[in-house]
Ligand binder design. Structure first.
Ligand SMILES: Nc1ncnc2c1ncn2[C@@H]1O[C@H](COP(=O)(O)OP(=O)(O)OP(=O)(O)O)[C@@H](O)[C@H]1O
Length: 250
């Protein structure tokens, strides 16, 4: 079942067009991996889903993205609502320098949820969902920045999950992590797709192979090939996709 539909989406930074008329649907409860060489527009594309490109001066989006019944680029979209429904995890674990508990409760408090019982419950659930509860349950008041990079990244995932988003945008979430921490985050991603839809930017072809259901290959801001990952990995239709997957260029 599709949860997002993208139609003729283009993005310009000043006069420079970074994305050219991208059209694709995103399947619910699946991991969609966005791959392609550095600078092809993957992160810019990801940022379109929660209107993060608006933070970049002189950026301009045309075309549209429909998330369920909501037109994301309609004038009356409520940004707070959108970002609660579409959460984001960044490349560098960006834990805040306060307690683990307060990191995870951050978005909930912004939403005005202040009752301790509700916060306790939501924080615990989010930490469990992000597969880090057992490691931190006895030290929730410790500073999140004292955790390892891999643990911090799962705290950031828990923080994104606490507001119960339907979509989780992940921009190279394991590229700053050691292989063991990266493997834990990958396991978490596979678990999370039962309840959430994940759009993942990755440079790691093997990671895309391990975790993604659908694969989108971008080149110079164009969507070159999109489909079921295992089909593209075994039999890409496009020669550039094939070459990229075979590591002929990166
Ligand atoms: N804030 C910005 N202002 C102007 N141009 C930008 C900005 N951010 C990115 N770009 C340009 O847009 C193009 C796409 O960048 P983007 O970061 O989306 O690519 P990417 O595929 O995610 O790259 P990487 O894999 O290296 O992260 C690049 O040419 C980049 O220089």
């Amino acid at each position: 079942m599709k949860i997002i539909s993208i139609k003729d989406l283009s993005l310009k930074y000043d006069e420079f067009e970074v994305l050219h008329k991208i059209s694709m649907d995103i399947e619910a409860n699946a991991v969609t991996a966005l791959i392609g060489a550095s600078g092809c527009g993957k992160s810019s594309f990801l940022r379109c889903f929660n209107i993060m490109n608006d933070l970049i001066p002189n950026s301009k989006v045309t075309g549209n993205i429909k998330f369920k019944q909501y037109e994301i680029y309609a004038n009356n979209i409520d940004l707070a609502f959108l970002r609660q429904k579409i959460g984001m995890v960044f490349q560098q674990p960006n834990a805040f320098s306060f307690s683990i508990y307060d990191n995870v409760a951050f978005g909930l408090k912004i939403q005005g949820i202040n009752k301790k019982k509700i916060l306790d419950e939501r924080v615990e659930n989010a930490l469990k969902e992000a597969a880090i509860w057992d490691e931190v349950k006895d030290k929730l008041s410790c500073n999140a920045c004292s955790l390892s990079g891999g643990q911090q990244q799962r705290i950031c995932i828990a923080r994104a999950l606490a507001t119960n988003p339907e979509i989780l945008l992940m921009d190279e979430p394991t590229s700053a992590l050691d292989p063991i921490s990266a493997a834990k985050v990958e396991e978490t991603i596979l678990f999370l797709k039962k309840q959430h839809t994940i759009i993942l930017v990755t440079h790691n072809i093997e990671q895309a192979k391990r975790v993604s259901d659908n694969l989108a290959f971008f080149m110079s801001g164009h969507l070159i090939e999109y489909g079921v990952s295992r089909e593209i990995f075994t039999q890409a239709k496009n020669k550039d996709t094939k070459d990229y997957l075979e590591g002929k260029w990166s």
